[in-house]
Ligand binder design. Structure first.
Ligand code: BV8
Ligand code: ZN
Length: 245
């Protein structure tokens, strides 16, 4: 399943970076966005994951994120998440850049996690910025959830059309430029600027591998495409590494 070069580069690597997307959480029972049965199949992202969509129907967006947070808190990290915790312990330097907002990498035990699209477990007031408890709004709520100051409460995720945190993005880009091996796991590499990170790593000379059952927007740029689910491929990779180390 793994080319000799990949294992050699991984064993010799001083810095390994992983970029994860929704597919990395799929086997925990969290729907992806763009797979046929994904979240966007029934919702339009610009309506739900954007400020304009939020302001036009705050209850609809708050209840959508409430349902997603409840689901996230109900599921567990899977063997693929745990394999990434083992990988972090094995390599000298490890950076986990995630597009996922479900917090599962941190719950599995990864330490150096950059949540470049934020977290749906954190919420804030659009007016005063105060952090607020997880949303629990039902779709038929008469009123949207508001802060004491009267401002609407939103999830602390990055919506379409919103800028990513410049400091976090700077750190993620620096890691992609510095790393020896870059693993892109469970992402279709369609959403920018996250999708540019594997290419930054490739241009800087890293060995780039994608773990995905399907082709992605960067499949023709990676050194190796491993066509399989994260929950099976990542534990197999750690198993292979334990044989050679
Ligand atoms: C910005 C948080 C600019 C919210 C998310 C045209 C061209 C290029 C770019 C654009 C464009 N038009 C607009 C843009 C910009 C836009 C963008 O990239 N749009 C795309 C859709 C074209 N980007 C933005 O708006 C970003 N901001 O650009 O600001 C700006 C400039 C100036 C001034 C102001 C602003 C902000 C983007 C962040 C959006 N927020 N999430 C929430 O979660 O509710 S993005 C969302 O998509 C998630 O974070 C998700 O992770 C991410 C990427 O999707 P994937 O992770 O790849 O998931 P997906 O479902 O797509 O695919 C699943 C994959 O997993 C598949 O490949 C599948 O095969 C695989 N898979 C399935 N099962 C498994 C598996 N893999 C492994 N194992 C399995 N078991
Ligand atoms: Zn407020």
């Amino acid at each position: 399943m793994f080319r000799k070069t990949f294992i050699e580069r991984l064993v010799a690597a001083g810095h390994v970076v992983v970029l994860s997307g929704a597919g990395a959480s799929a086997e925990s029972g969290i729907p992806t966005f763009r797979d046929p049965e994904g979240l966007w199949a029934e919702f339009d992202p610009t309506e739900l994951a954007s400020m304009s969509g939020f302001l036009s129907d705050p209850v609809r967006v708050q209840s959508w994120y409430s349902a997603r947070s409840r689901n996230v808190l109900r599921v567990e990290p899977h063997a693929g998440h745990h394999a990434l915790v083992d990988l972090e312990r094995l390599v000298p330097k490890f950076t986990l850049i995630t597009q996922n907002v479900d917090g599962l990498h941190a719950r599995a035990g990864n330490r150096n996690v950059l949540e470049i699209h934020g977290s749906l477990l954190k919420n804030r007031c659009v007016s005063c910025g105060d952090e607020s408890p997880p949303l629990d709004v039902s779709p038929d709520a008469p009123e949207p959830a508001r802060c004491e100051c009267g401002g609407l409460i939103r999830p602390s995720v990055v919506w379409y059309g919103e800028l990513l945190d410049p400091e976090v993005m700077r750190e993620a880009t620096a890691a992609a430029e510095d790393c020896d091996v870059f693993l892109s796991v469970g992402t279709g590499a369609e959403v920018h600027p996250a999708a540019s990170l594997p290419l930054v790593a490739a241009d800087a000379g890293a060995y780039v591998v994608e773990v995905n059952p399907r082709k992605t927007m960067i499949s023709d740029r990676v050194d190796e495409a491993i066509r399989g689910p994260a929950g099976a491929v990542l534990p197999a990779l750690l198993e292979r590494l334990s044989e050679v180390s």
